[in-house]
Design a protein around this ligand. Structure first.
Ligand code: ADP
Ligand code: ZN
Length: 703
């Protein structure tokens, strides 16, 4: 099998120009007849590794998969690419299953997906089939050491015994060394070739934020991305519901998803999310396993995850199409406390606590986060990634010895009996009921840190905990205790290095710009809508038709004929035939309208010029309007536009400096309205529309 032929098949059937790392070598190994174990991260492109060989091999490829929802997705995807595939699982009636089994016998399919529980149906017809390849997806489910053990998987070892000369390909996204060996043994793989792809997903940005005000932070975040699908993982069912409600109240299409909800409700939410009808899903970890949605643009962790494995798998659900995707983790001390409690009470508590600790270290990191993640998975990275919050905003250190002394002596004065929040109140000299009840206001050091904000003190104390000078007594109401190291700071000469607290402020202007990028009329949005309509007709998820990445390429390359359309990544022969003309037409129509608009703009610019000349020659607004047979408001808006565009005209006769100032303030307070009416109402109709129009033009140009 030559590389040229494999590339040609990849393009023809899947529309891709290049293989992702390891795909080609895995495929070549399969063709050599050898068993293979492929370990690739979520979104790494595992499916191609068996789908492409399936097309070229003479017989049928059996794909074992535990995820029923995913089977349908993958089969739909293959069908839109013109590839004959089917699935057999318990979601079908007995007749349906029989129908597919009969058709398998007549060699009508290249691939059949089957759940391990349903494999026995095939047993009877095994000797009537030519089986060329057996692919076992989510292979870690066979190992009781992994985290997704499925009893039905344990029987799969018989496949290799039954078909000793058929190559087996086992695939998984999670496997440490021990699990790897276990998978190979239990599946009876013969001298398997093992591929471990890099777990780096460069297109995922990594960010950790303190959890203060997190609902507001999340609302700002989502409002900034009007059409982008995202998942918010929460620790408790209650939080998923409350958060979904808060987002819904802001007009965001958001739903909760957790194991306590009715099956029907859950699968409806999942379908809506897959079909781009529900933008945000607030979910417990159960969500996302069985879906293959390639255009999840962001993942937020509302709570700290229990361990890095889970965290990495969850953020991995973003950006499978390879386009940039964002991930944000909110870190709160309350979460750490709760998770510590869970872990210490559960099975295997030592291991769980150690894993939680690694998670916390990641969240508190002061160096490139990706390096930390990848080193957890055993990959050594020497370069900083440039796509995490630490790389983008490296922490700055300062001598925090005096701050540390203040905090540690406050803890001493409070006799190591109070939690973090009380210590901060004490340091800041708060006059709340609790402080007075305890008479803390009379103690020495009360209020010695009044010049530092509540938020900052919180962060400094957390840093001191991380540095090991104090610790939280989880089993004693979370009071803060000093460690022996505190003495060195209080009574010795130990210097303490702290990092400056940076609070992420959201710039409203930035939001406006982001929103402008995703306007309804952009070509991307038009293509997205077309994709959605087709997906409804064909009853498949939108991303099965084309990925976001393919639409983005269409937006920038603007193909006008079949040949150019075929050059888009993700367009193969079948998709060109099925959808090519519709998309090419939509792009051509968009270009036509754009051109017509340009001509209109040109005409308009002439009309501005005429107004400008008359105004410069000393005519009044009324006179110009009369001469040009236009309304006075139109002339005023011409002048406003001319001024914004930099024309040298004096507008002081229309509006005073004071009024301009007031308008500017109103603009900020009203959060940049696009219409004039809000201003008119704001000034209780005391400033005329003409003044507002001209005044805002001056504000705009002064920016
Ligand atoms: P995994 O099963 O490893 O999570 P998938 O097989 O679902 O990953 O692939 C993830 C996404 O990447 C899919 O949208 C798929 O179409 C796309 N993809 C796979 N291989 C390639 C490739 N060689 N070029 C471009 N996109 C690819
Ligand atoms: Zn980094």
């Amino acid at each position: 099998m030559t590389s040229e032929l494999l590339h040609a098949k990849l393009k023809e059937n899947f529309g891709f120009e290049k293989f992702r790392p390891n795909q080609e070598t895995i495929i070549t190994t399969i063709f050599s007849g050898r068993d293979t174990l492929a370990i690739m991260p979520t979104g790494g492109g595992k499916s191609i590794c068996f789908q492409l060989p399936a097309l070229l091999l003479p017989g049928i490829t059996i794909v074992i998969s535990p995820l029923i929802a995913l089977m349908k997705d993958q089969v739909d995807s293959l069908k839109t690419n013109g590839i004959a595939a089917c699935y057999i699982n318990s979601s079908q009636s007995a007749e349906e299953q029989q129908f597919y089994i009969d058709n398998l016998k007549s060699n009508n399919f290249k691939l059949v997906y089957i759940a391990p529980e349903s494999l026995s149906y095939l047993d009877n017809i095994f000797n009537q089939l030519t089986i060329s390849l057996i692919a076992i997806d989510e292979a870690h489910c066979i190992s009781s050491w992994g985290h997704d053990f499925r009893p039905a998987y344990t029987n799969l070892g018989y496949l290799k015994n039954r078909f000793p000369s058929t190559p087996v390909l086992a695939l998984t996204a999670t496997a440490d060394k021990a699990t790897r060996v276990d998978i190979a043994n239990q599946l009876n793989l013969k001298n398997p070739k093992i591929f471990v792809a890099s777990f780096d997903r460069k297109n995922l940005s990594l960010e950790v934020r303190p959890a203060l005000d997190r609902v507001k932070q999340i609302i700002d975040f989502v409002e900034n991305k009007p059409n982008e699908s995202g998942i918010i993982y929460c620790l408790s069912r209650k939080t998923t519901e409350e958060l979904a409600e808060k987002l819904s109240n802001k007009g965001i299409l958001a739903k909760a998803y957790h194991a306590g909800l009715d099956n029907k409700v859950r699968s409806k939410t999942q379908d809506e999310f897959i079909n781009d009808e529900c933008q945000v899903v607030c979910a417990t970890i159960a969500f996302g396993m069985g879906i293959d949605k390639s255009n999840v643009r962001w993942v937020i962790h509302y709570n700290l995850p229990k361990n890095i494995e889970g965290y990495y798998q969850e953020i991995g659900r973003a950006g499978r199409d390879g386009l940039p995707a964002e991930t944000v983790l909110f870190e709160s001390y309350a979460d750490v406390i709760q998770l510590q409690k869970f872990a210490s009470e559960g099975l295997n508590s030592d291991v769980q606590l150690a894993k939680l600790d690694r998670m916390k270290q990641y969240a508190d990191a002061l160096s490139c986060r990706r390096k930390i993640l990848l080193s957890y998975f055993g990959e050594l990275v020497t370069e900083n990634c440039g796509n995490c919050d630490i790389c983008n905003n490296p922490p700055t250190f300062f001598d925090g010895t005096v701050l540390a002394q203040k905090a540690l002596s406050a803890i001493t004065r409070l006799q190591e009996s109070e939690p973090l929040a009380v210590i901060v109140d004490f340091l800041r000299g708060s006059r709340n009921a609790y402080i007075y009840e305890k008479n803390y206001q009379t103690l020495k050091t009360y209020g010695i840190g009044a010049d530092i904000s509540w938020y900052d003190w919180n962060q400094y104390l957390i840093q001191l905990i991380n540095l090991g000078y104090c610790e939280i007594a989880f089993h004693q109401h979370n009071k803060i205790l000093l460690t022996p190291f505190a003495k060195k700071v209080l009574f010795g000469n130990e210097k303490v290095k702290l990092t400056t607290v940076v609070k992420k402020v959201i710039d409203k202007n930035e939001i406006k710009q982001e929103k402008a990028k995703t306007t309804k009329n952009s070509l991307f949005e038009i293509l997205r809508k077309l994709r959605y309509e087709i997906s409804k007709d064909e009853e498949v998820p939108a991303y099965v038709i084309f990925s976001d990445a393919a639409l983005r390429q269409m937006e920038s390359l603007k193909p006008t004929n079949d040949k150019e359309f075929l050059a888009i990544d993700g367009v193969g022969k079948a998709k060109l035939e099925k959808y090519g003309s519709e998309f090419i037409d939509a792009i051509a129509y968009y270009e036509k309208v754009k051109k017509a608009n340009k001509t209109k703009v040109k005409k308009e610019s002439n009309t501005y010029k005429t107004t400008l000349e008359l105004f410069k020659n000393g005519y009044s607004i009324e006179e110009i309007a009369g001469k040009r047979n236009l309304g006075q408001t139109t002339i005023i808006s011409h002048l406003a536009k001319l001024y914004i565009d930099g024309e040298d005209i004096d507008l002081s006769q229309f509006v005073s400096d004071e009024e301009v100032k007031q308008l500017h303030n109103a603009q900020i307070e009203l959060e940049y309205p696009t219409a004039l009416k809000p201003y008119f109402d704001y000034f209780e109709e005391k400033i005329s529309y003409d003044k507002i129009r001209i005044g805002l033009a001056i504000v705009e140009r002064n920016k």
